[in-house]
Design a protein around this ligand. Structure first.
Ligand SMILES: O=c1[nH]c(=O)c2nc[nH]c2[nH]1
Length: 446
């Protein structure tokens, strides 16, 4: 049975929308990486009896285990991992100049890049991030190392070579023509790999790093190859002030990108903390999604993103860890911080702001998949989607969730939902005992 055909029998939890969450006890069958069938336990027992399952590995989960969809990290900076936990006493623009640009410059060295990226990809997979949307660095060869690492370790990844052409103190920018050539070559190279897990993303860093000529050119490349485009938007008040000062024909930050044709339904913007009412209309009208990055918004004191306002404005939102502005690379942390930040807003007088754990779970799975336009492939256990999943053992040995004698009389489904709730609030990588990407087991601690 060397194939990856498996049937999982036990509890599985998933979202089908922000408000629709379900926990079921049954089975999921996976053939050639795809979910082919789903049903109740008695249906599985019939299949088992009929002998049609001989080609499958059957995995029966214990009462304390369950399957959830793999986590989606909509925004992180792979080259910044060596700086995790450093410089967070500075605001965004100072932090970029003093810590981030000097580190990112080092990825000129492809050997260094390959080493760091290999660690990054493995670390994220171990923590259940089956899909990541990455910023690389300014360097084409270095960023191709990130592509290689994702492919080698079987992570689903959208990878961007960062574009910058505005002069900065660190000397970390490119000549415009060279930059556009390199981006096109990067996009062509990744597409030519024909790897079904990895795609290129056109990545203007932000409006303070790219002038209009560069952004127009990047927008053309993204349209020509039909690829995604990612950047940062309205993260910090000082940043917004400088953007508006240097673009006097624009009435809001979003306008700067819109004038270059960057805002469309293949675009994901990180942060969006301080959107104006006009931007709250502009983004959904263009189909732009947002990567909500609560850790970095708090650490760099950028602000508390009013996620509920974004959701109410029909903006599609996923979660981002945003290392190293964010100090934690795991989506479990982003889930918790999204609940915290939204709760602070409610406590400060914005009614109904707080996200509950089921909503945060949606943002981390299906919401992220929708934000990256990957929800036809991943995000939940719909039949026909790829099997990207985490097998969670709530009371795994060495983990920090302790088992007490059950105190409540519950149905099996309620018990399972309580388990998931505990994992969401308290779990970590020790509870994620197996990780699957497109049906391939990429972590096994069972
Ligand atoms: O959190 C952030 N991290 C970055 O690297 C960056 N660059 C521009 N704006 C940014 N914000």
């Amino acid at each position: 049975m060397a194939n990856n055909n498996r049937i999982f029998v036990g509890t599985f939890a998933e979202s089908t929308s922000l408000t629709n969450f379900s926990v079921k006890i049954g089975y999921i069958s996976v053939l050639n990486g795809k979910i082919t069938q789903k049903g109740f336990i008695d249906e599985f027992e019939q299949l088992e009896k009929s002998g049609v399952l001989s080609d499958y590995e059957i995995i029966k989960l214990s009462k304390d285990q369950f399957l959830i969809p793999g986590f989606v990290d909509c925004h992180t900076h792979a080259p910044q991992f060596p700086n995790i936990g450093l410089g967070l006493d500075r605001p965004l623009l100072e932090w970029l100049a003093k810590y981030t640009f000097p580190l990112e410059k080092k990825y000129q060295d492809t050997e260094f890049a390959a080493k760091v990226y290999d660690q990054v990809v493995q670390r994220l997979l171990k923590n259940g991030t089956t899909t990541a949307c990455y910023f690389g660095s300014l360097h084409m060869e270095g960023t191709l190392e990130l592509v290689k690492s994702a492919i080698n370790h079987q992570q689903r990844a959208l990878v961007g070579k960062v574009s910058m052409n505005k002069i900065n103190e660190a000397g970390y920018y490119n000549d415009t023509e060279k930059e556009l050539k390199e981006v096109e070559t990067f996009v062509q190279t990744v597409i030519a790999l024909k790897n079904d897990l990895v795609e290129p993303v056109v990545t203007p860093r932000f409006a303070l790093s790219c002038d209009k000529i560069l952004m127009d050119g990047l927008s053309k490349i993204a349209n020509k190859y039909n690829c995604r485009i990612q950047s940062h938007l309205s993260e910090n008040l000082q940043e917004i002030e400088y953007v508006l000062e240097t673009n006097d024909n624009c009435k809001c930050y979003g306008d700067v990108y819109d004038k270059s044709g960057i805002l469309n339904n293949r675009c994901i913007m990180a942060h969006a903390v301080h959107l104006t009412d006009d931007e709250l209309k502009l983004l959904p009208s263009r189909g732009v999604s947002v990567a909500h990055c609560p850790a970095s918004n708090t650490r760099l004191k950028s602000g508390l993103c009013p996620v509920r306002r974004l959701l109410n404005a029909s903006i599609t939102v996923g979660l981002g860890t945003d290392v190293s502005g964010g100090d934690n690379a795991t989506i479990l942390d982003a889930i918790r911080r999204s609940m915290d930040v939204s709760t602070y807003l409610e406590l400060q007088g914005q009614p109904n702001s707080a996200l509950d754990w089921k909503e945060a779970f949606y943002l981390a799975t299906l919401g992220g998949a929708e934000a990256l336009n990957l929800d036809d492939k991943i995000g939940n256990f719909e039949v026909g989607k790829d099997f990207d999943a985490l097998l969670v053992d709530v009371y795994a040995k060495g983990g920090q969730i302790e088992k007490y004698k059950d105190t409540l009389e519950t149905t099996n489904e309620e018990y399972a939902s309580d388990l998931l709730q505990r994992f969401v609030f308290l779990g970590d990588d020790r509870n994620i005992v197996q990780v699957y990407v497109k049906g391939v087991k990429v972590k096994d601690n069972l």
